[in-house]
Design a protein around this ligand. Structure first.
Ligand code: ADP
Ligand code: ZN
Length: 615
């Protein structure tokens, strides 16, 4: 078949503008769309929020035929289809949540060629419950197939789903159409696995940058978690957030405590009845609640694009997990905060758990160690993450992490400090844990110290001017630096590594050692440095108007039974509150407002802007 590529490119730009109100492609979007138009198999790896969905949605409006989208979660499927329909794109989904009538109507639409995009679950498409669905698709003129969250096919990924394995048969059922895979999991092993399992033919492979410049990363030693969370929630009043915990009990506990403190929060974990869990998820999506407290093992369904903070109450088991979970923040591209509260105990807990389950492998050890390194490091967080995920780009001074914002203070004589701590560990015969060692250094006359006569040690009170939490923080960093070792049992005894012994003997043994502590602002000064992204994205925005438009959006969403971000993204609301359009023509020019949405909602929002100006 003949077609003109140049023309199609122009068509893509046009479609982007007309249906989504966007004027520019994000990195790799155009290349990914071209692969579909060129009928070349492809694999696109972009971080969460990178704009993968558009890469198969826009070409479906340019290329003749039907785009079939395989997606693992019914709730996400529904949101995407609602958004598409709201933008005027003929799309539908076919899954087990539909009534018999709805199913019949979708099938009729398929026969009539009414849709450009059809979303299906893998089990519906190739599973046993598929009841001949594939056969029904044959006459529907399927042009290409998009497999979203393609890492689910791989056991090396973080979310293996057995039903994805059967997608391997698609290649033989549809030998002539192109297959396109999308994922946010960047590791090479997962990528190879996707290509092999799906039988992709000489695919175009596109791997984007994994830096998420709109995310502000912070790491804090966990001290009093609840107090730390209060501080965090004060920064994000009324905004959406996720708090990840490791145990169900902790989830229940925190959710209840937050609720008692007046925060609209709900728990979310695998131990809840399906109905309850779904209700909590819907409440979150519909903005009836602000905060979801979830177990790390079970957070996948809770996607909302305007999540403004993701907090980890303890360290996850790998940086892959951390990237995935923290990546749920700021999917709309606006500033968001990812904060990790950790303690070295977290790593021991993981290890103990894996050992108990007979899953303690070398790979696990490595992954955990890399996570620990991130937590205890005092270099730029963005550079660290980007480096870890194999991205060549590494910049310092990101302006969006605790280190670059100067929230951590580098210690003046790190080697002197390190040697004080190491020698204290040596003095107690490498038989005590971090709390005890920190107590001695701080000069604490507690019972365990006095009863052992440790107040008589030469290292007693050596760091008396530092708070105990700070000294614990240094110990964590020395573990992260490989100078101290921590035994794996429940009493977590500190010992010296060979490098630690070397540094005790020779102060020059570890050039370039850095240690840091949290910056303590002088009393009365309660400023929080703002990240670069944050100041930029609010520039010129009338915040009051923004809040007002949020309520208007909420009313529309309630009336239509869809989540608010399906009506308009926060990005668009901020643009409206910045530009304050006065006419339909002006409104159409606002970023993120498609033609269909302008017709549909323009009057309402113009009126809201006018009314606000009059007050
Ligand atoms: P992913 O699937 O990669 O996690 P999404 O497809 O959900 O990302 O896109 C994230 C957000 O970015 C969405 O709100 C989407 O509308 C927006 N977006 C995508 N492409 C563009 C673009 N070219 N310009 C502006 N916004 C975009
Ligand atoms: Zn930084």
């Amino acid at each position: 078949m003949w077609y003109d590529l140049k023309l199609m490119h122009a068509d893509l730009t046009d479609v982007l503008e007309r249906y989504w109100g966007y004027s520019e492609f994000r990195p790799l979007q155009l290349e990914a769309m071209r692969a579909i138009l060129d009928r070349r198999d492809s694999l696109l790896v972009l971080p969460t929020g990178g704009g993968k969905s558009l890469c198969f949605q826009a070409p479906a409006l340019v290329r003749p035929g039907l785009g079939l989208v395989v997606s693992p979660l019914i709730s996400l499927m529904k949101d995407q289809v609602d958004t598409l329909v709201g933008n005027g794109v003929p799309a539908a989904c076919y899954n087990s949540s539909l009534s018999a009538d709805e199913k019949a109507s979708v099938l009729a639409g398929l026969r009539e060629g009414r849709f450009r995009l059809l979303y299906v679950s893998p089990e519906r498409l190739v599973g046993e419950g598929g009841d001949g669905f594939l056969a029904r698709l044959r006459p529907a003129n399927v042009a290409f197939m998009a497999i979203d969250e393609a890492h689910c096919i791989s056991q090396w990924g973080h979310d293996f789903r057995p039903e994805y394995r059967q997608l391997g048969m698609l290649r033989s059922v549809f030998p002539d159409i192109s297959l396109h895979a999308y994922t946010a999991t960047a590791t090479e092993r997962v990528r190879r696995d996707i290509v092999a399992q799906l039988g992709l033919r000489a695919p175009v492979e596109l791997v984007g940058s994994f830096d998420r410049p709109n995310l502000l990363y912070r790491v804090k030693p966990r001290a009093s978690l609840k107090r730390q969370l209060v501080e965090l929630l004060e920064r994000h009043r009324g905004e959406a957030g996720i708090i990840y915990c490791t145990s169900r009990r902790e989830v229940e506990d925190l959710a209840e405590w937050l609720h008692g403190a007046g925060v609209r929060a709900r728990p979310y974990h695998a131990g809840l009845a399906d109905g309850v869990r779904h209700r909590h998820q819907d409440e979150f999506l519909d903005e009836r609640i602000d905060v979801i407290v979830a177990t790390v093992a079970f957070g996948m369904g809770i996607d909302r694009s305007d999540v403004r903070f993701v907090a980890h109450a303890s360290a996850p088991q790998s940086l892959e997990h951390y990237q995935q979970e923290s990546g749920r923040a700021g999917r709309d591209g606006l500033e968001a905060e990812c904060i990790l509260y950790y303690s070295t105990a977290d790593f021991l807990k993981w290890r103990t758990m894996f050992e108990r389950d007979g899953e303690w492998t070398e790979a696990r050890r490595q992954l955990l160690r890399d996570m620990e390194r991130y937590a205890s490091s005092v270099g730029c967080r963005h550079a660290h993450l980007v480096g870890y995920f194999g991205d060549p780009m590494a910049r310092d001074g990101c302006g969006a992490c605790d280190v670059c914002l100067g929230e951590l203070e580098r210690v003046n004589e790190p080697v002197v400090l390190a040697r004080k701590i190491l020698s204290c560990v040596a003095r107690v015969g490498q038989r005590f844990g971090a709390a005890h060692v920190a107590g001695i250094l701080c000069g604490s006359r507690s019972e365990p110290i006095l009863s052992r006569g440790h107040e008589a040690l030469s290292t007693f009170g050596l760091l008396a001017e530092a708070p105990i939490a700070e000294v614990r923080g240094y110990i964590d960093q020395l573990i992260g630096e490989g100078l101290l070792l921590q035994s794996g049992d429940q009493y977590a005894v500190l010992g010296l590594s060979n490098d630690g012994v070397a540094l005790l003997k020779d102060p020059a043994a570890r050039p370039g050692l850095m240690l840091a502590r949290q910056h303590r602002p002088p009393k009365g000064e309660k400023t929080r440095p703002r990240s670069r992204v944050e100041s930029e994205s609010w520039q010129g925005v009338d915040r009051e108007l923004f809040e007002h438009l949020r309520t208007v959006r909420l009313e529309v969403a309630r009336a239509r039974g869809v989540p608010p971000y399906v009506v308009f993204h926060d990005t668009t609301l901020r643009e409206l509150a910045r530009m304050k359009p006065q006419s339909m023509a002006e409104l159409r020019g606002v970023y993120g407002v498609g033609a269909r949405q302008a017709d549909d909602l323009g009057g309402l929002f113009l009126e809201a802007i006018r009314a606000h100006a009059a007050t």
